[in-house]
Design a protein around this ligand. Structure first.
Ligand SMILES: Cc1cc2nc3c(=O)[nH]c(=O)nc-3n(C[C@H](O)[C@H](O)[C@H](O)COP(=O)(O)OP(=O)(O)OC[C@H]3O[C@@H](n4cnc5c(N)ncnc54)[C@H](O)[C@@H]3O)c2cc1C
Length: 286
C-alpha cells in the first residue's frame, strides 16, 4: 500500500504551523519524527491532505531548566533524552526509560512530543510523564495552555489535544535530593514493545516512603497510574508485607487486556513481579 498524495510544508515558527493547519480546514497532520505517522500513512490509517513538518522550528527543540522544572521541547528526539546530562540529573526516571524505547534508528528520529501526542499505551515516555507528574504545554491560535498529564491521556490513542493544537513542550518537576526512582520492562526481545513496563518515582526519607507515583505501560488502554499501590506505600517502610500489599492493589489499579500470546492474567502477574523488582531497587538507585 502507498500513502495518499499529500501537500507538504515546513514552517519556521509554531504560529506559522498552527496557521497552516487552520487554513487546511483540519485536513492536515503535524509530522515530527514520522516514526509512527509514516507507517500510518502508508497503511492509510491516516490520510491528511497536508503534512506540516515541525522539525525545523528551532524553539520547539531542546532541554532547559526553567525554575523548578525541566522543560523538554516537543521535537527533542529520543536519543537526546538518552544522552542528556540534564535529564540524568533532573529527571532520572526518563533517563532510565530511554534505552528501552525502540531501537537506535528510531530513537534518532522519534520525538518526545510525538510520543506523547500519539499516546500509545505501550510507549515508555507517556507512562513516565505520568509517573513524573509532568505538565503539557499546548500551543494553539487561541494561545497556550498547560494541561497536567493526569488530564492529558484520555483513552486509547486519545489525548486532550484539540484539532490543530500542538504540543510545544513538556515540563517535568526536578528530582530532589530524596528522590529515588526505578524503571524496568518485560519484553520478548530487547527493543520490542513491552509486555508490561513500569516506573516508580518516590521520595524516601530515612527509609520511609513519602510522595510516590507509579505508572505502568501495556496494562490498559492508556498509561496507567497505580494509585492503590501508591496509597499502600506512602508513609511506610519497604517491608516484604508492604510490598506484597502494594502488589495486591494492582488488581484494582490496572486493567490489562489479553491476546493470544499474552493472556490478561499473565500481564497482571508480570505487573506484580515488576513492581516487586522496582521497589526492591528503590533504596539503592539515585
Ligand atoms: C519499529 C518501531 C518500533 C518502535 N518501538 C517503540 C517502543 O518500543 N517504545 C516507544 O515508545 N515507541 C516506539 N516506537 C514509536 C516511536 O517512538 C515514535 O517515534 C513515537 O511514538 C512518535 O514520535 P514521532 O516524533 O516519530 O511522531 P510522528 O510519527 O511524527 O507523529 C505521531 C503522531 O503525533 C502527532 N504529533 C507529533 N508531534 C506532535 C506535536 N508536537 N504536537 C501535536 N501532535 C504531534 C502527529 O501528527 C501524529 O499523529 C516504535 C516505532 C517503530 C517504527
Amino acid at each position: 500500500m502507498k500513502a495518499r498524495a499529500f501537500e507538504y510544508v515546513r514552517p519556521q515558527s509554531v504560529e506559522e504551523a498552527l496557521r497552516a493547519f487552520a487554513d487546511a480546514d483540519g485536513d492536515a497532520a503535524y509530522i515530527a519524527g514520522g516514526q509512527s505517522l509514516v507507517p500510518a500513512l502508508a497503511l492509510r490509517l491516516q490520510a491528511p491532505a497536508l503534512l506540516i513538518d515541525i522539525t525545523r522550528i528551532g524553539d520547539l527543540s531542546g532541554l532547559d531548566v526553567v525554575e523548578d522544572r525541566l522543560r523538554i521541547g516537543a521535537t527533542t528526539r529520543h536519543f537526546e533524552i538518552l544522552g542528556s546530562e540534564l535529564v540524568a540529573k533532573h529527571a532520572p526516571l526518563l533517563a532510565m526509560a530511554a534505552p528501552f524505547v525502540a531501537h537506535p534508528a528510531i530513537r534518532n528520529k522519534g520525538t518526545f512530543g510525538g510520543s506523547l501526542a500519539l499516546a500509545d499505551p505501550a510507549s515508555e515516555f507517556p507512562a513516565m510523564a505520568l509517573a513524573l507528574d509532568a505538565q503539557i504545554e499546548i500551543a494553539s491560535l487561541e494561545g497556550d495552555r498547560h494541561v497536567p498529564v493526569a488530564d492529558f491521556f484520555l483513552g486509547l490513542y486519545e489525548t486532550a489535544l484539540q484539532p490543530g493544537e500542538m504540543i510545544r513542550a513538556v515540563h517535568v518537576p526536578l528530582a530532589g535530593a530524596k528522590t529515588r526512582c526505578a524503571f524496568d520492562e518485560l519484553a520478548r526481545r530487547r527493543g520490542d514493545y513491552a509486555l508490561v513496563g513500569a516506573g516508580v518515582n518516590a521520595e524516601i526519607d530515612d527509609g520511609r516512603i513519602g510522595r510516590v507515583r507509579i505508572a505502568f505501560l501495556s496494562v490498559g488502554p492508556m498509561p496507567m497510574r497505580a494509585k492503590g499501590a501508591e496509597e499502600v506505600l506512602a508513609g511506610n517502610r519497604l517491608t516484604c508485607e508492604i510490598v506484597r500489599e502494594a502488589q495486591d492493589a494492582l488488581s484494582v489499579d490496572l486493567n490489562p487486556s489479553g491476546d493470544e500470546g499474552t493472556p490478561a492474567e499473565m500481564r497482571m502477574h508480570l505487573a506484580r513481579v515488576l513492581l516487586g523488582r522496582l521497589l526492591g531497587r528503590l533504596e539503592t538507585t539515585p
